[in-house]
Design a binder for this molecule. Structure first.
Ligand code: SF4
Ligand code: SF4
Length: 176
């Protein structure tokens, strides 16, 4: 994992490459776990020693990842766990990964430190654009701190209509 402070990033847009959904386990809080269990069944989750996770397929990908012509979409769009909503950014109250000046971000009275996982292919490096600094990152911070849940700039460009997602939900469930 390679971590970069946000001031090294010009802009970010999810390209729906699906890489993050193939490589990482998703940790769920209890409410997220309950919502998934009610809608998709407990078999789509996995208990760890002290954490709950989304089940991964044999190839390592998330059980809710769907693909269409080499682009990928999340089958949990409207109940996506917070860990997925704020990926690939890490929003912290301390400069845990260094770069104190380049990672510092002010949100109201709050002093935060924002980093990004550089494995994400949606990153463009350079001087942050005003849109990235003041709109995209603001949305990530508001989701991370619980002030908002709906995603506008913080998700992939590929969005699927709800009826189609319902069909995908059924096919995902019967896959196992
Ligand atoms: S967040 Fe990044 S790694 Fe994940 S699907 Fe989007 S572009 Fe790919
Ligand atoms: S829940 Fe959705 S966004 Fe999160 S890893 Fe699974 S497919 Fe990707």
């Amino acid at each position: 994992m390679s971590i970069t402070p946000w001031r090294h990033i010009a802009n970010w847009n999810c390209t729906s490459c699906g890489d993050c959904c193939k490589l990482y386990s998703v940790v769920l809080n209890f409410q997220e776990w309950l919502r998934i269990v009610k809608s998709f069944g407990v078999e789509q989750t996995v208990p760890g020693l002290d954490k709950l996770f989304i089940k991964r397929r044999e190839d390592g990908s998330c059980a809710f990842l769907s693909s269409f012509s080499n682009t990928y979409a999340c089958n949990l769009q409207y109940m996506k766990p917070r860990a997925c909503q704020i990926w690939p950014f890490k929003i912290l109250t301390r400069p845990s990964f260094g770069y104190g000046t380049e990672a510092a971000y002010h949100y109201g009275e709050h002093g935060l430190y924002i980093y990004v996982d550089s494995m994400c292919s949606g990153l463009k490096y350079g001087t942050p654009t005003p849109e990235f600094a003041h709109q995209t990152l603001k949305e990530f911070v508001e989701i991370a701190t619980g002030f908002r849940n709906n995603q506008h700039k913080t998700t992939g460009k590929i969005s699927l209509p709800r009826p189609y997602l319902s069909l995908l939900s059924l096919s995902t469930r019967s896959h196992y």
